[in-house]
Design a protein around this ligand. Structure first.
Ligand SMILES: Cc1cc2nc3c(=O)[nH]c(=O)nc-3n(C[C@H](O)[C@H](O)[C@H](O)COP(=O)(O)O)c2cc1C
Length: 319
């Protein structure tokens, strides 16, 4: 599949997940066969003002490419400046957040608030399109009510502004993550636009991804929550898209992923920062496994990486 001039090896993408899709997480997703990985959302204001927190989020490695970086913000001039910084950092695609429904973001006019202010959205997209040459995408919700009308209207504006693809997570802003994603909105958007439409929401297994593609006609699927601790979802979707059976996962494989994520986190951040990050994150990878809760709670207490390695090996012996 192509997004503008960017060719993707497969139509399966990692969703931007704040606090989760950092560099090691993305490398893991890529190794599992994900076609396009995405950063956490990055504040345009932060980037323009050189905030280390924002700038650090742009760190990348060739092995994860192609990489999408997502920006959030509401001021067209600031967004254009931040977009140029993202392009200069070597990202292969720029995505703009039109879907975040967190109050802190909405009240600045960013994220899903932009779906309520189409004129501002248009000015922002024109400014950003003018500022960068890399492919530009937006990620939206269905809108403020369940009808999906705002998604169609915004999709139209985006297409007219030269945006190369639209991702839709078809829940309303007020729904946040409750209820079910309404895949009919994905289908309606696909019928409405000529640029590629990427479907997102409630893909919990490989068969869901295949079903979303066939039911909605969307060009690609994006996986969020199911990928947390389970990057194998990308391998499984790839197998199903090639008509192959998905073999059951094994404990040995889960342990391999756990060790690999730990190793990548140390390589990317060094042992000290890795210890802090791993504390909260090891538990993601053992969800539903025997003694998983024990590992999660012990991981929260570690003070160095040697303890993390010991925990993982002890967990392996007990499973
Ligand atoms: C912890 C968490 C963080 C998220 N962060 C972002 C973000 O930074 N940018 C964004 O556009 N969406 C964000 N989302 C929404 C996801 O990208 C995705 O649209 C949503 O989870 C639905 O997909 P899923 O059902 O596959 O999880 C986040 C979701 C979660 C659960």
């Amino acid at each position: 599949m192509n997004i503008g001039p960017l060719h993707l090896e497969n139509p399966v993408m990692l969703a931007p997940l704040a606090g989760i899709t950092n560099l090691p997480f993305r490398l893991l997703a890529k190794e599992a066969g994900c076609g396009l990985v995405c950063s956490e959302m990055v504040s345009a204001d932060g980037l323009v003002h050189g905030s280390p927190n924002a700038v650090d989020l742009l760190r990348s490695l060739p092995a994860e490419k192609p990489l999408a970086v997502q920006l959030f913000g509401s001021d067209p001039a600031v967004m254009a400046e931040a977009a140029a910084i993202v392009e200069g950092s070597g990202a292969n695609l720029l995505d703009i957040n039109f879907g975040c429904a967190v109050q802190k973001v909405i009240k600045t006019g960013s994220g899903a608030a932009l779906m309520r202010t189409p004129q501002r959205a248009e000015a922002l997209l024109r400014a950003v399109r003018h500022a960068v040459r890399i492919p530009l995408t937006i990620k939206i919700r269905s809108g403020w009510d369940g009808s999906g009308r705002q998604a169609l209207a915004l999709g139209e504006i985006a297409e007219a502004c030269g945006v190369n693809a639209v991702t839709v997570h078809p829940r309303t802003a007020s729904q946040k993550f409750s209820g079910r994603a309404d895949w009919e909105v994905i289908a309606a958007l696909k019928r409405h636009l000529s640029i590629p439409v990427i479907g997102n929401g409630d893909i919990a297994c490989a068969d869901d991804a295949v079903r979303m593609l066939s039911q909605t006609g969307c060009d690609a699927v994006m996986v969020g929550r199911q990928a947390i601790g389970y990057p194998r979802i990308f391998t499984e979707i790839g197998l199903r898209l090639h008509g192959k059976a998905v073999p059951a996962d094994t404990i040995a494989n889960r342990l391999k992923v756990l060790r690999r994520y730990t190793q990548l986190t140390v390589e990317c951040f060094g042992r000290k920062t890795a210890t802090r990050l791993i504390r909260r994150r090891l538990g993601w990878f053992v969800k539903g496994m025997r003694n998983g809760a024990v590992l999660r709670s012990a991981a929260g207490q570690i003070t160095c990486m040697d303890q993390a390695y010991e925990l993982i090996e002890a967990f392996g012996r007990e499973n």
